[in-house]
Write a protein that binds this ligand. Structure first.
Ligand code: G6P
Length: 372
């Protein structure tokens, strides 16, 4: 059955390994040739999609980081401004909501009370709501105008993994559907993104092969007291997610930063031996950002940081400065998060295991928080 560990050491290990399928199943039935058609959005109507002037994404925890990744793609492809807000902050600050505001909630369980209340609040204020959810018939989709289900399959481990990559996939499908309806991307540009999406499952499978390197790293880092994560552009929310995973599973103080912010404060934290994961943008796809992140790496290396670089295959610029390099396959910049997150999930899981902790049931946490 789906709630069986099936030979894996934990549900989380099983769910991490299921990520290629989580993405492939979420894509299924939503790609027509070289364009995206999400059938569930018919309920919403093309005219309503064309009328949207602003998008607000509401979510908590890992789902909120999927939202932050989604913001980059939605704005890039549709030119509609997107804000991402934690559900529990959104509702209590008298946010501006109008009939042309679309609220997209993201929730694996579809039962998170904070997010449910944010959706209800937004609809009462006149906004329309779309739910991205992994649980058929859950409360949040029932309270929304339309739902795009992620088909990651049941997620049992408390820390979200396969639901996260499925959420990003669903957001990208939504963005490409919207771009088609609004005519904001050419057919060739749509085809390019569709091809990238279709390549992701296999690239995640390739990324999973980095597991032995990541495990070894986690084993010798099992005494580590603090870990920093840096990323830029879509790598920034991945840094935040890497830090969250480590807090949740290994109870280690971890923080994610935007690499460009380093010089505005966080660099003061760097002392000899401080481990820092850096999600390195592609030297090809992000030619303008790559050298900036490499120079961030040099700056912190010079102050004694231990660098663990998550870098694209063939990126040799990081080699002289990284203590460990974890490779991810080539992908267009917006798609890198779907790959870069994988070693961070494995790292947190392996470190927790090395510390003898229960990775499926971390202390103090619940899979679904149904109270405010
Ligand atoms: C809880 C879980 C997190 C999850 C968050 C949002 O805090 O421990 O792993 O990211 O809820 O859950 P949802 O079901 O709304 O995605």
């Amino acid at each position: 059955s789906a709630s069986d560990k099936g030979g894996w050491s934990s549900f989380m290990a099983k769910e991490v390994s299921e990520q290629p399928d989580a993405v492939a199943n979420t894509l299924r039935g939503r790609i027509a040739g070289t364009t995206v058609v999400v059938p569930e959005l018919a309920a919403f109507g093309d005219d309503a999609l064309r009328d949207i002037r602003r998008i607000v994404i509401v979510a908590c925890g890992t789902a909120s980081y999927a939202g932050q990744v989604g913001k980059y793609a939605i704005e890039k492809w549709t030119r509609i401004p997107v804000d991402v807000e934690l559900s529990h902050e959104f509702r209590y600050r008298d946010p501006v909501l109008t009939a042309d505001t679309l609220v997209i909630s993201i929730s694996q369980s579809g039962e998170t009370m904070d997010t449910l209340m944010a959706v209800k609040y937004a609809r009462e204020a006149g906004a329309r709501a779309i739910s991205i959810c992994n649980t058929q018939g859950a409360t949040i989709p029932r309270e929304s105008d339309a739902v795009i289900y992620t088909h990651a399959g049941p997620e049992v481990a408390v820390a979200s993994t396969k639901a996260f990559v499925a959420q990003i996939t669903a957001l990208y499908l939504f963005a490409l559907h919207l771009a088609r309806v609004r005519g904001s991307l050419s057919e060739a540009e749509q085809a390019e993104q569709v091809a990238e999406l279709q390549g992701i499952p296999e690239k995640i499978a390739t990324t999973l092969l980095q597991e032995p390197t990541v495990r070894e790293l986690a084993n010798w880092m099992s005494d580590t007291r603090a870990v920093l994560f840096l990323g830029r552009h879509v790598g920034f929310p991945i840094a935040l997610e890497g830090a969250l995973k480590l807090k949740e599973l290994a109870y280690i103080h971890a923080e994610g930063f935007a690499a460009g912010e380093l010089k505005h404060g966080p660099i003061a934290l760097i002392e000899p031996g401080q481990p820092v994961f850096v999600v390195v943008p592609s030297p090809r796809g992000s030619a303008h950002l790559h050298p900036k992140v490499v120079s961030n790496i040099q700056e912190i290396r010079a102050r004694g940081a231990r660098i663990i670089a998550i870098a694209e295959e063939g990126d040799v610029a990081v080699l002289p400065f990284a203590d460990t390099v974890i490779r991810i396959p080539l992908a267009a910049p917006l798609f890198e998060p779907l790959l870069a997150v994988v070693p961070l999930q494995i790292f947190a899981m392996a470190l927790a295991t090395a510390k003898g902790l229960d990775v499926d049931q971390p202390r103090n946490l619940a899979k679904s928080v149904t109270v405010e």
